[in-house]
Design a protein around this ligand. Structure first.
Ligand code: ADP
Ligand code: ADP
Length: 225
């Protein structure tokens, strides 16, 4: 069953002079892990922001579970290249932050400890962000994106700022986190090898205008734990 459905999506910037996305069709099944690759400027982030409800589009459709995406929703968690943790809150408080809206508790606290555990941050909940490595901060950011149990997790180069070796370990960690949650995931990356390692399907984009030029099912079964 398709959770995300995109049809004929078009997006321009600068009064129509920059064609960021052209006639994008994309379906993402419930529970599927899709990676989007392509050169800089091909519209990957634009596509992600539209799905996250953070940007609008010119024409076409973008729907989540049959409903048009019109703005940010708690069904969608987002992770960017920088974790942007609040430095005056502990890791645990940062992860739990989305559970509090307007001073009210809107979710369950035990989710936080379970997430920290899965992300290998069990012993770091009471630490402050500056005490953690870059990789650990990003994992905390992923926990924060998952804390309200969204149906979809969108990630834009989540490990882009980390060195190659740390990235590789992060991808293993991410795979573990994904196996524990089985979210529907769309992850943007520059790295084809990363995409093939993580994804069920790789979507390849090309620039000027941004469009999908290939979709590759990854035929090798993912190692299951
Ligand atoms: P990618 O994530 O693949 O690098 P983007 O989605 O960031 O690509 O950008 C797609 C195109 O849209 C690029 O040509 C970029 O310069 C342009 N663009 C993105 N955001 C804006 C913006 N806010 N204003 C004007 N042009 C933009
Ligand atoms: P990562 O791949 O998460 O960026 P590092 O290579 O920095 O991790 O560290 C590997 C492990 O060392 C971490 O998973 C953690 O257990 C421990 N570690 C990293 N940074 C710190 C720190 N600032 N304080 C205590 N332990 C740390």
């Amino acid at each position: 069953r398709d959770l995300i459905r995109i049809r004929g999506l078009d997006k321009t910037y600068a009064g129509g002079s920059v064609h960021a996305l052209s006639n994008i069709d994309l379906d993402i099944r419930d529970g599927e892990f899709v990676c989007v690759v392509g050169p800089s400027g091909c519209g990957k982030s634009t596509l992600l922001r539209i799905l996250a409800g953070l940007d609008d589009h010119d024409s076409g459709e973008a729907a989540l579970d049959g409903r048009a995406i019109t703005g940010p929703s708690r069904d969608v968690g987002v992770v960017f290249q920088a974790a942007n943790l609040l430095p005056w809150l502990t890791v645990r408080e940062n992860v739990a932050l989305p559970l509090r809206v307007g001073g009210r508790q809107v979710g369950q606290a035990e989710d936080v400890d379970r997430l920290l555990d899965v992300a290998g941050l069990k012993d770091f909940g009471h630490r402050y962000p500056y005490e953690l490595s870059g990789g650990m901060q990003q994992r905390a950011g992923i926990c924060r994106a998952l804390v309200r149990s969204p149906r979809v997790l969108l990630m834009d180069e989540p490990f882009g700022a980390l060195d190659a070796l740390t990235r590789e370990r992060m991808n293993l960690e991410l795979q573990r986190i994904w196996q524990a949650s089985r979210k529907t995931v769309m992850l943007i990356t520059h790295s084809i090898s990363e995409a093939i390692f993580l994804a069920d399907r790789v979507v390849v984009m090309s620039a000027r205008p941004g469009r999908i030029i290939r979709e590759l099912a990854v035929p090798i079964p993912r190692p299951r734990s």
